[in-house]
Structure formats: C-alpha cells, structure tokens
Design a protein around this ligand. Structure first.
Ligand SMILES: Cc1cc2nc3c(=O)[nH]c(=O)nc-3n(C[C@H](O)[C@H](O)[C@H](O)COP(=O)(O)OP(=O)(O)OC[C@H]3O[C@@H](n4cnc5c(N)ncnc54)[C@H](O)[C@@H]3O)c2cc1C
Length: 454
C-alpha cells in the first residue's frame, strides 16, 4: 500500500527548479490523448534536466513511496501517461537534446524528450534516416515511442521502434542507473534487457537516454492511391499487395467516414469512395513495385492514380496523418488499436461493419493495413450515457473480434489503462505470472505507473 507524504517533504529532497505545483499546470498533466481512461490529481510535476536529476527524483519518491508517472509528450492513446491521485508526473520535456550522431556507425544518441520528428530531421542532415514514423511524429517523444514500442506508416517495410533501439539508459525505481544494449552491430551478452524495456510503458524504469540505429536515407517515396467500392475489396487488395509487391514502404487504408472527415478538414477534394488505399514505395525499383500494386488493385476492382511528384506524395501522406484529428471533429470518439494476421484483415473489416450496424454508431476505419493494424474509431455522443455505453460495447466487440481472428489487443498504442483488463484475455496464466514477477524485480514497491499494463 502506497503511503503519501505531504508535498513539502518530497520537494525538500529534489533539485531546485524542477518541481511545479501550480494547480492549473497540474491539471494539464492529468491525462494523455486517450478516452475512457481514469486519471487523478498529481501532487507535483517534476521536470528534471538530466539523468542525475531523474535519479534524484526517483530516490526521493522511492523513499516516500510516492507513485511516479513518467510522461513524454502526452500524445499516448491508452492512458499510459495519465496521473493517479497523489502521484508525481515526471515529465521528460526538458531532456530534449540530440546528444550525438555517428554517421559511420549509423547511430544517434538522444535524450528521451526529443520529438521524433526532430530526430528524423537531425539525422536527415547527415543523409541518414530514422524510419519509425507514428502519425503523431511531430508531437510525440522518442522516450514515449520506446516506452510504447510505437509503430507508424513505414513500419510495414522497416519495422517498429524497437527494431531501431540499440541501447538504453534507464533510471530504476530506486534511483539506480541501468545501461543496456551495445553500440555494436551485433551483441548477445546476457539477457536482452533492451527488448524487455521497449514497450514497458513506464512500469520498469524511466528511460533517460536512447541509442537508435539509423539507415541510409531512402529516395523520396512515390505514392499510389486506389479507391474501392467496399472496404472489404480494399482489404482484399492489401493481402495481394503483401504477397506480390512486398517492397512497399507504406500501405494505409482510409474508409469513407474517414475520407469525408479528412476532406472536411483539409478541403483536398479526396474521393468520396467506400475506401482508399494509399501505398508508397521508396526503393530504386519504386516504379516497378507500384506498377505491380496498380495491377493488384485494379484486379480487386480499384481505380488507381499515381502521384505526379514528391510534393503531391507528401500532401497525400499529410492527409493520412490527419485521419485521427479529422475524426475527432465529428464528436466524441473512442479509438481502437487492434492488429490481426494480414490474411485476416478482410475479416476484421467485415466484423467492424457488423459491429457498427449492430450498435447503430458510426465507426471510421483507418490504419496501417499492410501490418494488419487498424484503428476503428467509434463516434458517439458523450452527453448521452446510452450512446457512451454503446460505444464502449462496440470497442470491446472490436477488440474481441481481433483476438478471435488470431490477432492482438494492441498493435502499437500499448495496453496502458485502456486495455489493462484485456491482457488476461490475450496472455496465458504462465505468461502473466512471469510478467508480474519481472515487474516486481524492477519495481518491488510498485511505485512506477501503478494500474498501467498489469
Ligand atoms: C494524432 C495521433 C496519431 C498517432 N499515431 C500513432 C501511430 O501511427 N503509431 C503509434 O504507435 N502511435 C500513434 N499515436 C500514439 C502516440 O503518439 C504514441 O503512443 C507515442 O509513442 C507516445 O509518445 P509520447 O511521447 O507522447 O508518450 P506519452 O503519451 O507521454 O507516454 C506514453 C507511455 O510511455 C511512457 N513513457 C513516456 N516517456 C517515457 C520515458 N522516458 N521512460 C519511460 N516511460 C516513458 C508513459 O509513462 C506512458 O506509459 C498517435 C497519437 C495521436 C494523438
């Protein structure tokens, strides 16, 4: 049981100038971008400037058994950075330096509060490429990406955040500093604690430094859009693309609800079709890859168009990034994040259609179709308890459908608070027991992000 100490006792043990207790500011640190998740009132926000100060914060909180909720940029969609009553929120926003870029080894060392888009821009100046590109790339942090193992548009070709993490520095719950991984291309000394910490959602330690692997910059991507009469036809084309044109660097889907919402926001004149696939290729043979994609889409009944130049390509991808902000404008919304084997994506789309019909609610579907990772987004009336309850039921039905299709409850947003109750439905008892034991090793007193994941 956590014993709360009065704030002044805690503050006395901290470095000067890092604690904020202004109630208005504290309120703004209560929640991330998620819906239907609990949040509480933090005692203070702590904004350390480096690893030594993070360690000091954790030593003080550990001594007083005060819960610590680590927060990157707060763009999370599962409630992982939501405060709990009496916790401190440890914000990494002041730890935002790109410390080192090593073009020869193709590595970059960064503090956790660096925005992912800033990291991508910094390495691009050296002709290098950091592939993971969540839709939130301009307003999420690399520490948050590592802690959620974030995905994104071009993960279908390059992999997710964890595939690019070479080494980590992490402050443990009691203030000790742990270093994992290597800066070598290979390295198998001991258990792979780096992989364990990736996706740990602030429950095993505070990530204070990240060494990421880089790749040579690819060519500017070429883009193809294909529109279809039904979302199922678009999804069927995705399966064909995976088999016959595996080199694509993005395979994204937007259904009619999403297309209309994006068009209302951007006035781009997007097609009002039942579904659109947006496919990119950035390799030397991009022309041939997209030529093969065009044939597959046409055979699946799609109408195909190719971007004229890099500017149009970038514009189309920018429209895709607006999917969630555009759907948010339709009213209250509840976003799901499920992933199924790529061969079952048609079944997932059909299941979502059935759930929308049964619930009487609008559900916009968009996502990383090439990964089998969709974000069905339920639009409802938050002022009407019956509508909110129906939204929650639809959300649960979608998550259950993904599991029934051999998928997972979360492809990239993490378990957080939103899906903590779902973990027991995906993992077997032995797996859960090992996970609980591991958490106890890292954080025996349970002060790190209580209520998140397990
Ligand atoms: C419009 C929009 C589009 C999005 N698109 C995508 C997408 O395409 N793919 C995707 O994967 N996600 C996407 N997201 C979700 C979100 O941006 C990611 O989950 C992102 O990785 C969160 O980063 P953050 O810095 O905002 O972390 P936060 O929200 O602050 O925190 C997320 C979790 O990480 C933990 N954490 C943060 N920093 C640290 C640290 N230094 N050490 C330990 N734990 C830490 C927190 O405790 C919390 O559990 C999107 C969100 C929005 C709003």
């Amino acid at each position: 049981m956590t014993t709360l100490q009065p704030t002044p006792d805690l503050l006395a043990g901290l470095p000067d100038g890092i604690a904020v207790t202004d109630p208005d500011i504290l309120r703004s640190y209560r929640r991330d971008h998620s819906r239907f998740t609990d949040s509480g009132s933090p005692l203070a926000v702590l904004a350390p400037r480096g690893t030594a100060e993070v360690a000091q914060c954790l030593r003080a909180c550990h001594a007083a058994r005060i819960p610590v909720v680590t927060r990157g940029a707060g763009s999370g969609l599962s409630g992982g950075a939501n405060a709990v009553d009496g916790a401190v929120v440890l914000s990494t926003h002041r730890m935002n330096a790109v410390l080192h870029i090593d073009p020869a080894e193709r590595l970059a060392v960064v503090q956790p509060g660096v925005l992912t888009g800033d990291l991508r821009a910094a390495v691009a100046e050296h002709g290098l490429f950091y592939p993971p590109d969540p839709g939130s790339v301009d307003f999420c942090s690399i520490g948050g990406n590592v802690a959620t193992n974030a995905g994104g548009m071009c993960c279908v070709k390059y992999g997710v955040t964890g595939d690019f993490v070479a080494a980590l520095e992490v402050v443990l719950a009691d203030g000790r500093v742990l270093r994992t991984g290597t800066r070598t291309v290979k390295g198998v000394a001991g258990y792979d604690l780096t992989r364990l910490l990736v996706g740990s959602e602030g429950t095993l330690g505070v990530i204070t430094e990240v060494t990421v692997r880089l790749r040579p910059a690819p060519r500017p991507p070429q883009t193809l859009v294909a529109t279809f009469g039904t979302p199922a036809a678009a999804s069927a084309a995705v399966t064909g693309i995976d088999a016959a044109a595996p080199g694509c660097s993005a395979v994204e889907i937007l259904d009619r609800t999403t297309l209309r919402a994006v068009d209302a926001l951007t006035h781009m004149g997007l097609a009002d079709d039942a579904a659109m696939l947006l496919v990119q290729a950035d390799s030397a043979d991009a022309d041939a890859v997209l030529g093969a994609v065009a044939e597959i889409c046409a055979a699946a009944g799609g109408e195909v168009a190719r971007s004229a130049d890099a500017a149009e390509s970038a514009l189309l991808m920018a429209a895709r990034r607006m999917a969630l902000p555009a759907l948010e404008r339709l009213g209250d919304h509840l976003l799901d994040d499920v992933c199924v084997p790529r061969g079952r994506i048609v079944d997932l789309v059909l299941a979502v259609e059935r759930i929308a019909a049964d619930s009487g609610l609008t559900i916009g579907v968009f996502g990383h179709a090439g990964d089998g990772n969709l974000h069905p987004t339920i639009v409802f009336d938050g002022a009407d308890p019956a509508s909110a309850a129906a939204a929650r039921r639809a959300f649960d039905a979608i998550t259950a459908a993904a599991l029934e299709l051999g998928g997972t409850i979360t492809g990239e947003h993490g378990v957080g608070r939103l899906k903590a109750g779902w973990l027991t439905r995906e993992l077997d008892p032995v797996n859960l027991a090992v996970q609980r034991a591991l958490r106890g090793v890292f954080d025996p007193d349970g002060i790190l992000n209580p209520g998140v994941v397990l």
